[in-house]
Design a protein around this ligand. Structure first.
Ligand SMILES: *[C@@H]1O[C@H](CO)[C@@H](O)[C@H](O)[C@H]1NC(C)=O
Length: 307
């Protein structure tokens, strides 16, 4: 009876050890490069972090530390990426301060970094709460606004215009359809210079051209130069992805690597390397924790026996 307390302690220690080993094993199975971030599928040239995807996309694109949002970060802020089209090399960001039909607000400038491989795609900007009349709004003498468009009249039917301090159904001469939009020399949509307080950006009218509550809001961006990266890397990466790996790059020269597991990177693909020496590595990485676990268990038994 008197050795019961020490037996309890051993059971507790053993339990802690087993729990820790299981946790260790689970986290070891996560790839250093993620294939999804939130609801977004992350594939080359996009990457979830340093060493993943294309080196040109880092540090602009990364998965948030919480792992729930793929973010584009520029000198003006961080913007959630809401969709990626790998076939057209385009993606859509939804800046948190952008106005939509359900919520209108003043916005800071939106900008892209010149050094980043991204440029504006084909979304239509609606500049809001500008100094009237917007028909005379110009950049170096050229008119900025498409005054023939009905989009301003449509978006000003959204009740959320009161969020900008406008009355319901405001006059449309404070709104401007700016398309194609140009960013200034700092790479920004310069709202201050244009004397506007906010903007909405529309990716698609979704077959409801006069119903702004049905439009798809967001800023479409495309990868500069059309094709996402060079043909050679594209080809290698394709093979890597088909074999279950994630494309990445490694120092010192950011050369291509195929990330197959947390312990295995190859310059080829995951199948090719498994023909060489994966069984041995896989045995080591899997057996190590379970071997430790068994030794801990046996040690515990010996201890109990001795006590
Ligand atoms: C494999 O590559 C990824 C991405 O570059 C890196 O994070 C990871 O540390 C590398 N793993 C090994 C074992 O070299």
């Amino acid at each position: 009876m008197e050795n019961l307390p020490s037996f309890n302690i051993i059971i507790i220690l053993l339990f802690c050890y087993v729990t820790q080993s299981i946790l260790w094993q689970t986290s070891a199975q996560d790839l250093p490069c993620r294939t999804t971030c939130g609801s977004i599928q992350v594939k080359y040239p996009f990457g979830s972090g340093h060493g993943c995807g294309s080196p040109g996309f880092h540090p602009y694109i990364a998965c948030s530390p919480e792992g729930d949002q793929l973010l584009l970060t520029t000198h003006t802020g961080s913007y959630p990426i809401t969709s990626i089209s790998y076939t057209t090399s385009t993606f859509i960001i939804t800046p948190p301060h952008m106005s939509t039909c359900t919520s209108m607000q003043q916005s800071p400038n939106l900008g892209l970094d010149w050094a980043s491989p991204f440029q504006l795609g084909s979304s239509t900007f609606l500049l809001l709460l500008c100094t009237p009349p917007t028909s005379s709004l110009n950049i170096k003498g050229s008119p900025v606004c498409d005054t023939s468009s009905y989009l301003c009249a449509s978006i000003y039917t959204c009740p959320s215009v009161i969020g900008l301090g406008l009355p319901l159904f405001p006059p449309t001469n404070t709104c401007c359809v700016y398309s194609p939009a140009n960013f200034n020399s700092k790479g920004e949509l310069d709202l201050q210079k244009l004397n506007c307080m906010g903007y909405a950006s529309v990716v698609s009218l979704q077959e409801h051209p006069t119903d702004p509550s049905q439009w798809q809001y967001g800023v479409e961006l495309k990868s500069r130069g059309g094709a996402l990266d060079d043909y050679y890397v594209d080809n290698k990466c394709n093979t890597c992805e088909i074999s279950g790996g994630v494309c990445g790059y490694a120092p010192p020269v950011n050369s291509f690597v195929c990330v197959c597991s947390d312990t295995i990177n190859t310059t080829m693909d995951c199948n090719t390397r498994s023909l060489q020496n994966q069984p041995e590595l896989a045995w080591n990485s899997v057996s190590l924790p379970s071997r430790k676990l068994w030794m801990g268990f046996l040690g515990g038994l010996v201890f109990v026996g001795a006590a």
